[in-house]
Design a protein around this ligand. Structure first.
Ligand SMILES: Nc1nc2c(ncn2[C@@H]2O[C@H](COP(=O)(O)OP(=O)(O)O)[C@@H](O)[C@H]2O)c(=O)[nH]1
Ligand SMILES: [Mg+2]
Length: 364
């Protein structure tokens, strides 16, 4: 049976099985099976897309992807936010390729990708949807662009993203599984588990071929979250909801949607309403910090910071500068709020703070 058919079969079986105490571990097993199959299917499709024009080189300090149905104004918005010139169309499916642009904000260069519009069923391959959506898997932030007249598309997009292995706005659950050769499964948790039984945990692990391991759970996870924690390919990506074309609606309509979607941004891409606010919110959501580099024997360059994601380490900076910095790393010296005193020695795993000054010392 083809992979997609097996996925469908298990999805149907999960739907058919009533959920209760007696069936929960069976459902857990099915869900684990499903997750494995989806992962496999994802891997296959990403192999198949190489060289087809959907591979975009990452550039800038972080990458933002615009995801939405056709004709919601993604290309118009890309042109507003960046130096790019993406074609804008009156008809659907204007953009058939990925158009990158760079948005400069507060000294950061943020890459924004305009991808073709997706439709319902995209993650199952409709309209090249899988290839399109796989680009979103590499994003640091996803802007979900909605037409002000179709806010209900939000749920479709979230489902499509989930199907492609993205967990929008979720945190990676705190679960560690240390596999061992013998000894069986030892399961412990630091919180009370109210959503999953030990039996279910065991059957999920067995489905993954894990029969001996120390499992430590620090969050009150659901079955789905527990399965996700075993799937290293899951991406936990923040998103920002953007409702476009507000110039077309009256205040009453607008206020009604605002009350239903209080966390969304309301803009008009072609009338340039709230575009500056969107730039600011995008920048904030990425949680970027500035690091000033201090070359040996010289003052730190306080004009041109290096921009990296919050919680980045010395290793992340070193990697960004040059491969050799990690290979020949001796130690680092740090000035700023991440250390107790200025010039403190730090290793590759030291987590940096906004405004830190960093000097990397390498082996000669
Ligand atoms: N009234 C209005 N029209 C817009 C707005 N943004 C985009 N459009 C129009 O919507 C159509 C589709 O825009 P486009 O950027 O190509 O959408 P895409 O398919 O999502 O890339 C074009 O005719 C745009 O001029 C907006 O804020 N207000
Ligand atoms: Mg477009």
């Amino acid at each position: 049976m083809a992979l997609e058919d097996r996925i469908k079969q298990i999805e149907d079986e999960i739907k058919k099985t009533p959920y209760n105490k007696a069936t929960s571990h069976h459902i857990g097993k099915l869900k684990a099976k499903l997750s494995k199959l989806k992962e496999e299917s994802l891997q296959r499709s990403s192999k198949g897309t190489k060289g087809k024009g959907f591979h975009v080189k990452k550039s800038g300090d972080s990458t933002v992807v615009l995801v939405g149905f056709p004709s919601v104004g993604k290309s118009t918005l890309l042109n507003d936010l960046t130096n790019a010139e993406s074609k804008i169309g009156e008809y659907e499916f204007t953009t058939l390729e990925i158009i990158p642009g760079i948005m400069e904000y507060e000294g950061a260069k943020i890459q924004i990708l305009d991808i073709p519009g997706i439709i319902t069923g995209a993650s199952k391959g409709k309209g090249r949807g899988r290839e399109i959506l796989s680009v979103a898997r590499n994003a640091d932030l996803i802007l979900i662009i909605l037409d002000v007249f179709n806010p209900q598309h939000f749920h479709v997009i979230i489902d499509e993203l989930k199907n492609i292995g993205i967990r929008p706005n979720e945190e990676r659950p705190d679960v560690t599984v240390k596999q061992k050769k013998i000894g069986g499964l030892k399961i412990s948790s630091t919180v009370e588990l109210t959503n999953i039984t030990e039996k279910t945990i065991r059957s999920v692990l067995n489905e993954y071929g894990i029969h001996s391991a120390d499992v430590l759970i620090r969050d009150d996870v659901t079955v789905d979250q527990f399965i996700d924690s075993l799937d290293v390919s899951c991406k936990y990506t923040p998103t920002l909801k953007v409702l476009n074309k507000i110039d077309l609606v009256d205040e009453e309509y607008l206020n009604e949607i605002k009350s239903k979607m209080p966390d969304a941004m309301f803009i008009s891409a072609n009338k340039q309403i709230n575009v500056e606010e969107l730039k600011k919110e995008t920048f904030n959501k990425l949680e970027l910090i500035r690091i000033y580099l201090k070359p040996q024997g010289r003052k730190a360059d306080l004009d041109e910071p290096l921009i990296i994601r919050k919680n980045s380490t010395v290793r992340d900076v070193a990697n960004k500068l040059h491969r050799d910095f990690v290979r020949n790393f001796r130690h680092a010296k740090v000035w700023g709020s991440s250390v107790k005193f200025g010039g403190q020695k730090a290793g590759l795993d030291h987590v940096l703070n906004d405004g830190d000054i960093l000097r990397i010392i390498v082996k000669k």
